[in-house]
Design a protein around this ligand. Structure first.
Ligand SMILES: Cc1cn([C@H]2C[C@H](O)[C@@H](COP(=O)(O)OP(=O)(O)O[C@H]3O[C@@H](C)C(=O)[C@@H](O)[C@H]3O)O2)c(=O)[nH]c1=O
Length: 185
């Protein structure tokens, strides 16, 4: 497995070894020992799958309290995936990274606890798979505006299809501090 550090300490891109043969391919989508060695030393308690059409954008989402670290990948299609550090007190607060995740590059992206996360779909459809370190808690479910100018995210689409919820999310600057995750050094 190749481990690629990003500009945001803690957020990682992981490329599994892919074994191809006449039948197709095989790869380990998660291996506890290898992920621990890479620095992702967490227990995953929930797995989710979503499928979306071209132009859909889901995000930017986070949970507070009960933050979720997310190990995300794409099983069908192509997405542009984004993680934003919204941990109050973090040296990289407000900074984001974007990663292309596709069914062909098999990349996994580790989005640490306390980051907001979202993606947009660039293929006809995309099937998105992720494991979480905390259970979904609808009372703690929260979001920030996908196109908040202060975040400077260079989304590859301009007029996405959003959920009603994602059409009403606040700018990061308008979220009261106590409703943002806390940075733990
Ligand atoms: C996220 C989630 C949703 N749901 C339900 C609530 C709702 O009725 C329906 C759809 O929920 P949402 O609109 O929040 O789904 P979605 O917009 O796909 O939310 C997801 O977006 C990506 C970007 C993430 O990072 C995820 O953590 C999650 O927030 O599914 C669950 O039952 N469990 C879950 O873990």
């Amino acid at each position: 497995m190749k481990v690629i550090q990003t500009s945001l300490p803690g957020a990682l891109i992981l490329e599994p070894q892919v074994f191809g043969d006449a039948r197709g391919f095989f790869y380990e989508s998660y291996n506890e020992a290898k992920y621990q060695e890479a620095g992702v030393d967490h227990r995953f308690v929930q797995s989710n799958v979503s499928r979306s059409a071209r132009g859909v954008l889901r995000g930017l989402h986070y949970q507070w309290p009960n933050p979720q670290g997310k190990l995300v990948s794409v099983l069908e299609g192509e997405v542009y995936d984004v993680a934003v550090d919204i941990r109050r007190g973090s040296p990289t607060f407000g900074q984001s990274i974007g990663v292309m995740l596709t069914a062909d590059n098999h990349r996994h992206f580790w989005v640490p606890e306390g980051f907001a996360h979202g993606f947009c779909v660039l293929s006809e459809f995309a099937t998105f798979s992720y494991q979480c370190t905390a259970l979904y808690d609808p009372r703690a479910d929260a979001g920030i505006r996908w196109n908040d100018a202060a975040l400077g995210i260079d989304w590859p689409i301009s007029s996405p299809l959003l959920s009603d919820k994602d059409g009403k999310t606040p700018l990061l600057a308008d979220v009261p501090a106590e409703r943002l995750p806390v940075y733990v050094a």
